[in-house]
Design a binder for this molecule. Structure first.
Ligand SMILES: [Zn+2]
Ligand SMILES: [Zn+2]
Length: 174
């Protein structure tokens, strides 16, 4: 199967919410910021950034909780209404057009390893950054990191949004 056409299914712990990513994401962030550490209760967050219309709910509904975020613009975390596991976020900086899928909720989370490590200034000291994967102290410029295909997909998705909802991308920041 063409890799780009691959789909990825995931869901919450109680299995009330099930979803499908209908293609590969634009990029996978491994975020070492304190906010992600606190929200996950662990050392970092793994977020697969993908167009919202490439995420389909297969089963159940999500509740969306407004939550503060690092950028100050806030994030909307989609959770299972029963077990409250977070399955994705929309961040203020990237608008509603993009979802940040929590990679750990996928049935096969190992299928989407990080493309880049971000906010490594606050990484936990025992974590050694793997050689060969880009890493930045804080955030990055999309044009310098994203593939051409991802930049084109981002631009196409932004063009579908109302002017007020467009993000100053391509750099989907938390
Ligand atoms: Zn659940
Ligand atoms: Zn973070």
């Amino acid at each position: 199967m063409d890799k780009a056409q691959h789909t990825y299914d995931g869901g919450c712990t109680c299995r009330q919410v099930r979803y499908r990513m209908t293609s590969r994401p634009l990029i996978v962030h491994c975020c070492h910021c304190r906010w992600c550490q606190r929200e996950s209760g662990t050392a970092f967050a793994l977020n697969a950034v993908i167009e919202s219309d490439r995420v389909r709910l297969l089963q159940g509904e999500v509740v969306v909780i407004d939550t503060p975020s690092n950028s100050g613009k806030g994030q909307r975390i989609a959770r299972c209404p029963k077990c409250l596991v977070a399955v994705w976020s929309n961040y203020g900086g990237a608008g509603d057009a993009m979802r940040f899928i929590r990679v750990g909720t996928l049935d096969e989370p190992g299928a989407l390893p990080p493309d880049i490590h971000i906010y490594t200034t606050s990484k936990q000291p025992w974590f050694t950054l793997p050689p060969g994967t880009p890493a930045v102290a804080e955030f990055y410029k999309g044009a310098e990191v994203w593939s051409k295909e991802s930049r084109e997909r981002w631009a196409a998705q932004q063009a579908k949004q109302s002017p007020a909802a467009r993000a100053p991308g391509p750099s989907p920041k938390e």
